[in-house]
Design a protein around this ligand. Structure first.
Ligand SMILES: Cc1ncc(COP(=O)(O)O)c(C=O)c1O
Length: 331
């Protein structure tokens, strides 16, 4: 620990490359990898470098719930790119590139949080090309990518010179580890670009946590855990889809979330508060609106991974089902 290297030693970064390889086999030199204490820190570093105070960034219209907080912290404004059933619509991304002169795009194209959609290879290529044309930097967040080995390669791999790609350990290894791997463009001198933040420690991963992660990857334990997480996700997803299949749900195999569009005439706020009174916590679409305001999509996001056991999940899902049936009857 005395010799800890702030962004990870060569050995740590080689282990990180092994971990990322199934999703990003072409990342090349492991010196492109920096290790941080998670995705949020990596995103704040990215914004610090590319998004001056007062600038505009884009994100999927529904996005990671803390994005508005991170944007406020960085002093930037977020504009939401409209989505369809597959995810971000490239033509809408291009329209906003013309209208809003954004400096960057935050995106989560694989098992998108909250809608669970995954972008096709064609859309990824279109988004990479548009970002290049308009000089927009990309931050691709892929916390669930390893649960979806068949997803198309990252957008970042199609435009590596303008992209940061981050995979935190929270979802596919262990939430308490607080380590994230971030692939930055080849040849950038991070310490020069970060200025004084480069000398601060708030974004650095604990050397002990990094040593643990490196050991777990090298020994194969991390892959065993990942396999078990994948299997558990599959079981939970099958259970949830069986119970809720009469509703408009999106929940692909191994997804950690289920997205449920509510029938017209039922309101997400009402259902959320009814469920809360029964001790069940679900999120509504309004909590994911990228610009922090505006209307949601009248939908719920159920976190299938939060309950401590599949039995507890089954109990909660049955209560959700009966609440939805009663709300439907009362319309
Ligand atoms: C979209 C998204 N990105 C990243 C993360 C993880 O962030 P971190 O690596 O900071 O724990 C989460 C949730 O845990 C998430 O939902």
């Amino acid at each position: 620990m005395r010799a800890a290297t702030p962004i990870g030693s060569n050995r740590d970064r080689a282990a990180a490359r092994t971990w990322l390889a199934p999703r990003y086999p072409t990342l090349g030199d492991e010196r492109r990898i920096i290790i941080t204490n998670g995705t949020q820190s990596a995103l704040l570093l990215f914004l610090r470098i590319y998004a001056p105070i007062g600038s505009v960034i884009l994100a999927e219209q529904l996005s990671y719930g803390v994005l508005p907080n991170l944007a406020r912290t960085a002093g930037v404004t977020v504009r939401g790119v409209p989505l369809d059933g597959e995810g971000m619509i490239p033509d809408e991304f291009e329209r906003l590139c013309r209208e809003a002169s954004p400096v960057a795009l935050y995106c989560n194209p694989t098992f998108h949080n909250p809608t669970t959609s995954t972008l096709s290879a064609e859309r990824r290529a279109a988004i990479a090309a548009i970002a290049r044309t308009y000089g927009v930097k990309i931050f691709e967040d892929d916390p669930l990518g390893l649960l979806h080995p068949d997803a198309a390669p990252p957008i970042a791999s199609l435009a590596p010179e303008v992209s940061w790609y981050t995979m935190g350990m929270t979802k596919c290894m262990a939430q308490g580890i607080r380590v994230g791997f971030c692939v930055i463009p080849k040849g950038i001198d991070l310490s020069m670009q970060l200025g004084e933040v480069g000398r601060l420690s708030h974004w650095l991963a604990s050397p002990l946590a990094v040593a643990l992660v490196t050991e777990m990857i090298e020994s194969g334990l991390a892959h065993t855990i990942l396999g078990e997480i994948r299997d558990e996700c599959q079981r939970r997803q099958e259970l949830a889809c069986d119970l809720l299949n009469n509703f408009a749900i999106s929940c692909p195999p191994r997804s950690m979330h289920l997205w449920l569009r509510l029938p017209t005439g039922t309101s997400e706020e009402q259902i959320i508060s009814t469920l809360a009174s029964q001790g069940i916590s679900v999120r509504g679409s309004a909590q994911f609106v990228a610009d922090g305001g505006g209307a949601g999509a009248n939908a719920l996001r159920l976190s299938l991974s939060s309950p401590g056991s599949i039995e507890l999940l089954a109990r909660g899902l049955k209560q959700i089902l009966s609440t939805l049936i009663s709300a439907n009857r009362a319309r």
